[in-house]
Design a protein around this ligand. Sequence first.
Ligand code: ATP
Length: 245
Amino acid sequence: MIAVTDATVRFGGTPVLDRVSLRVRDGRLTYLLGRNGAGKSTLLRTACGILRPTSGTVAIDGTDPRRLGRPAASIGVHLGADAAGSPTGPNPNHTGRRHLRWLSVAGGFDDARVTTVLRRVGLADAADRRVADYSLGMRQRLGIAAALLPDPPNLIFDEPVNGLDIDGIRWLRTLLRGLAADGRAVVIASHLFDEVTRTGDDIVVLERGRIVADRPVAEFVSGHDDLESAYLDLIRPTEPAGAGR
Ligand SMILES: Nc1ncnc2c1ncn2[C@@H]1O[C@H](COP(=O)(O)OP(=O)(O)OP(=O)(O)O)[C@@H](O)[C@H]1O
């Protein structure tokens, strides 16, 4: 389980997260929704220990991520194919396989997992090409492979669908559902409502650094035509003055 409790994060004086609490339960796929700049990536970086909250606490299966001996074994993180500061970002001159082997050696993981995850993300045939020659979708797959390498029980993905073609999107759906079905706690920041409806268990909505909804997808949509209208009904009252003119 991933637990963020009453976390405030400030950049300079401005709070980007304001007393935010998030629970990502084992066996559940939790989607984090919110407008651009709402604080989703900041919350995910806080949840995995990359960012230290100004106040509040974070626990991965009960332990502060900064106190985990082998954090990657407890929590897999993919912050996007081109995310700055990603803990698992590849050297573009390395092949996909070399990148994963390097992570495997550095983390003390079983080397056989490299072949397993390359297959699982559909990169087995491209494993010996340079990452610089990978497409965006292939870099997404490599980032997901890196997160899965030590087979962690908790996973954080920031907009993993970006750059995937239709086969990739369908593959990712199956992968995500499988990860949750195996009992993992999975949280995904996304703007793609169709994916949320198809695969999500729970929805958390962030609005200007605050949680404004946290409930199962079915409950969130109940009484509305679909997820989009449920979401718009929730956030419309707080739209900035002048929006939509
Ligand atoms: N390192 C940083 N220093 C200063 N401000 C930051 C930093 N990282 C994020 N911010 C600010 O925090 C706010 C929230 O950003 P964040 O990336 O968490 O939003 P988001 O919900 O993930 O947005 P998007 O949907 O566009 O990815 C934004 O105003 C952003 O400019």
